[in-house]
Design a protein around this ligand. Structure first.
Ligand code: PLP
Ligand code: NAG
Ligand code: NAG
Length: 566
């Protein structure tokens, strides 16, 4: 201690003359200035310093991200490159559009309302013609995820439930006490599934994305109230893109934490070192979408407790599997409200809850958090306006169908489906891992099996399987593909059919493992190697635009007539 003091004194003694000299110099140079000038110069100088600081550090995007963006923006503005890119983009747009048109056969687009309405029979006939466009038969288990149940008996019941409540709207709880009760019960049943207590609460939403957006919104609003002006969220790089959407929508800085390359779980140590005084939420997934691994939520929750930061469990995918795994005879880590520190959970009723698309829940450990997602406008001339979620009017019929699906299956029903789905997933993972040339990545603990290869470009496998009528999801960073197992795959022979076809496809590829990859795979491979991500976004934007195309192949005008009907 004494040493430190002595050194400090020494330093002071050495610098003191310079400080004195500087003081005299500054005073001398200010001698000619008037008081107002000194104030103005100080003000201007401070302003410059603050702008430099905020340009460098005080921004939602990092300096590197912004520099890269500016660089590519500059390169792309060079005339030669600009025309080249424009031509390339045009070509891409045409290709995407013609891809959609190819599937239509002779069907033409409708451009205007039919001047006279169709009869019910005619409408039904048209609907059948549209339905005949579907090429992949998902009832055979050829599709990853997407259709989670598909049993005819359930479909019929859901349609009846929907039909009874077609005109209802939860925005008017006074008019529809039936729907209000059902919605409250859907939330309560989910709270119980995730071991919540009487303080646990939530809302029904339109899907997993909305559930996640609302959690981001609630925690941003909470952070604001606590005086955080530049909130940041810390999420695993494998967390669903809905978190990026939330960050973008609500002006939150998002920090992506890398995963462990073997388990594909988030690196909690790196998560810890990313925490700052501005952190408004931490996220873990159970399981995450790409590889199906479950993040270590107990450790993430411990961080949340230690630094007083809310923790969200994204159980969108696993919402109706994970809560039943123990009772179905599988070990599973704790990811729900039993873990102190977990403050919210999103769970999709429209996935393994087997409700029709358009419903999910967001749950909070305490009303203190839910309050922050509500919106109230007390001054609107249209009346005092309040809505619990993003939408205004909502489909009460969807709530009714969701309630019906949950009551229909009951705990026993979900335990049964969980048993089937997890057993099938693990069987598929074990069998695929035996195939020479490919390997399973991450930990397929729940319902997702992700595949990679050290021998060949893995997208060749998804292309080969696409040709056989399968539809798998491509993953990137690193390149891999995945199969999300649903009840459809648990039908007799479903898994074996997929395994056999994969075996055959891999054997074929292994005859020439270094061959080039064409098709969708080439696009995915290429896109990962483009350093300018804004370019990738631009091309994907064309895809979204093409989804809304109503240009007929030879661009013949249909004058609003439905083709084949005159
Ligand atoms: C499906 C899913 C979501 C939400 O997706 P929606 O399509 O909006 O329902 C979020 N997280 C994970 C892990 C998912 O699998
Ligand atoms: C889907 O799988 C079934 C077998 O389960 C198979 O007969 C069929 O050809 C596959 N392809 C399509 C496009 O449905
Ligand atoms: C898959 O292959 C095995 C062994 O070749 C065969 O016994 C089985 O019938 C096949 N299953 C399906 C569904 O094709």
């Amino acid at each position: 201690m004494e040493d430190v003091t002595r050194i400090a004194m020494d330093v002071l003694r050495t610098v003191a003359p310079y400080v004195e000299e500087a003081r005299l110099k500054v005073n001398a140079s200010c001698e000619q200035l008037e008081g107002w000038q000194i104030i103005a110069y100080t003000f201007g100088f401070t302003l410059i310093l603050v702008s430099i600081y905020s340009y460098l550090f005080d921004h939602e995007k990092s300096l590197k991200q912004r520099a890269t963006k500016s660089f590519f923006k500059f390169v792309k503005s060079l005339p030669i490159i600009r025309t080249k890119i424009a031509a390339e983009v045009q070509k891409n747009a045409k290709q995407i559009e013609s891809g959609f048109q190819k599937g239509l056969g002779s069907l033409k687009y409708v451009h205007k309302l039919p001047s006279k309405g169709l009869t019910e029979d005619e409408v039904m006939k048209e609907l059948d013609r549209y339905h005949s466009l579907v090429k992949v038969d998902w009832t055979k288990g050829n599709v990853s995820g997407a259709i989670y149940n598909g049993e005819e008996k359930l479909t019929n019941m859901l349609v009846k439930a929907y039909g009874k409540f077609t005109w209802t709207n939860p925005l008017h709880p006074d008019l529809f006490p039936d729907i209000r009760k059902m919605e409250a019960e859907v939330v309560r049943m989910c709270c119980s599934m995730f071991n919540g207590d009487e303080n646990t609460c939530g809302t029904v939403t339109s899907g997993g994305t909305e559930s996640i957006l609302l959690a981001c919104l609630a925690y941003r609003n909470r952070a604001r109230e606590n005086g955080i002006r530049k909130p940041e969220m810390i999420v695993p790089v494998t967390a669903h893109a809905a978190f990026d959407k939330g960050a973008d929508f609500f002006g939150i800085k998002i920090i992506h934490i890398p995963m462990d390359p073997v388990t594909c779980k988030v690196n909690v140590k790196k998560m810890k070192s990313a925490i700052t005084k501005n952190t408004c939420m931490l996220v873990g997934s159970a399981p995450q979408f790409p590889h199906g691994s479950i993040d270590d939520l107990e450790s993430i929750a411990a961080l949340g407790r230690r630094y007083n930061i809310p923790v969200h469990t994204d159980c969108c995918l696993g919402g109706f599997l994970v809560p039943f795994m123990e009772k179905a005879g599988f070990k599973v880590p704790k990811v729900d409200f039993r873990v102190p520190g977990i403050t919210s959970i999103s769970a999709d009723t429209h996935k393994y809850g087997f409700a029709p698309k358009g419903s999910s829940v967001i749950l909070y450990s305490d009303n203190e958090y839910r309050q922050y997602q509500f919106f109230v406008q007390p001054d609107w001339p249209g009346g005092i306006y309040a809505s619990p979620t993003l939408a205004g009017s909502r489909a009460g019929a969807i709530v009714a169908a969701c309630w019906a699906a949950m009551m229909y299956h009951g705990e026993q029903g979900y335990i049964e489906s969980t048993k089937k789905i997890i057993t099938t997933t693990r069987y598929i993972a074990t069998e695929l891992n035996k195939i020479n040339g490919i390997h399973v990545i991450g930990e397929p603990e729940v319902s997702v099996v992700a595949l990679a290869s050290n021998e060949f470009n893995i997208f060749r496998l998804s292309d080969a399987l696409t040709e056989k009528g399968f539809s798998l999801s491509p993953l990137q960073f690193p390149s891999s593909i995945h199969m999300c197992v649903t009840l459809v795959h648990t039908r007799p022979g479903g898994a074996d059919y997929f395994i056999n076809e994969t075996k055959a496809a891999v054997a074929e590829i292994m005859k020439d493992p270094k061959a080039k990859c064409g098709g969708m795979g080439a696009i995915y491979g290429l896109s990962q190697s483009i350093p300018d991500r804004s370019m990738v976004s631009q091309i994907v934007g064309l895809f979204l635009e093409a989804c809304y195309t109503t240009k007929d192949p030879e661009d013949s005008n249909t004058n609003g007539k439905i083709n084949g009907k005159h």
